[in-house]
Ligand binder design. Sequence first.
Ligand SMILES: Cc1cc2nc3c(=O)[nH]c(=O)nc-3n(C[C@H](O)[C@H](O)[C@H](O)COP(=O)(O)O)c2cc1C
Length: 395
Amino acid sequence: MTTPAPDSVPATAYQAEIYLGGLSGAVPALPTDLTTLEQLAREKLDAGPYGYVAGGAGSGATMRANREAFDAWRIVPRMLREATKRTLATTVLGTDMTAPVLLAPIGVQSIVHPDGELAVARAATELGLPTVLSTASSYTIEEVAEASGPGARWFQLYWPTEDAVTISLLRRAKAAGYSTLVVTLDTWTLGYRPLDLDQAYLPFLRGVGTAIPFSDPAFRAGLAVAPEDDLMAAVGRWVPMFTGTALRWDRLDLLREHWEGPILLKGIQHPDDARRAIEAGMDGIVVSNHGGRQIDGAVAALDTLPGIVAEVAGQAAVLFDSGIRTGADVFKALALGADAVLLARPYVYGLALAGQHGIRHVLRCLLTELDITLGLSGHADATTLTPDALVRGRP
Ligand SMILES: Cc1cc2nc3c(=O)[nH]c(=O)nc-3n(C[C@H](O)[C@H](O)[C@H](O)COP(=O)(O)O)c2cc1C
């Protein structure tokens, strides 16, 4: 699938736009240091939604480790290498993108802004980046496809226990133009999340983030009464179905059988699992620990990336998420062998703070910083970075 490039201006155009705007007294509506957005979102959102987005498993050790792992790598700038003209564009599993950045699947986005996943899809299309729609979306597969328009879109599957529902979701995603399937494996049951537990806050139980199953004919066929008339009965059918899945490697055949496009497994953290994904006929993996939301004390996602790349590079697409906050982080993940990264929490904070405009701002900042970092460290192509662009910094 081809996403039309929004324009041919370099990502750094945003930097120029901001400085020039200053001549007439304008400053950006949101900060350009994306690491500051979480605090602003905290001030704006109610405690429930804020905790749901920002919170992690247990004491938050894995979330912190994800960030520390980025800090442990330092970029080594090289000089006089003619990096004035740069390219960020790439193609992953047949999907063209203006930069190696996708918008990660994030569920229940209407808890932070009523436009939720629709605004995300529109902003992604505007910038020529693919969006990955979550099964736990606040809007249906078809509604988000319409908002995405000509943009590239992938579908993330929380794999239901009932095959008829799984097959129906895949059929709908295909019909609505989603090219690639991302199967999330690390959330077959919810992690232990104190911020949510302390507030007894789980949006799904209130029928939020359930637009996709509730609009699904195969799911509805198993209900005596429609979700519109008996919300709790529908919730009672869905929650055990999508969090209680007994997954096995040999069950991947079902997905292969019903999905013709590329399939990636999300949540891979061990080289052996990456190898098994390939043996099972998968096209790629997303190295991820779900942003530290599942296992407290788990290894930082970035620390697992080099070993996984060594095991499967060239045989499968290797994508990465968990801890990406800045353009420099994107640079580091690419240098360590990721083909592309998924941006997650920062764009949700942009959505919370300013809807589609906020997401656009976040994405433009990220791409601008990536572009500048690339050039200033002597590289002209984001897709050809190698580990020797980095060294280990002091702990
Ligand atoms: C609020 C929230 C909801 C999420 N929902 C989903 C989801 O529905 N499906 C999924 O595969 N991953 C989901 N994730 C995980 C993200 O796709 C991604 O792996 C993670 O957020 C990366 O960590 P980071 O945000 O710290 O960079 C969610 C993450 C957050 C913060």
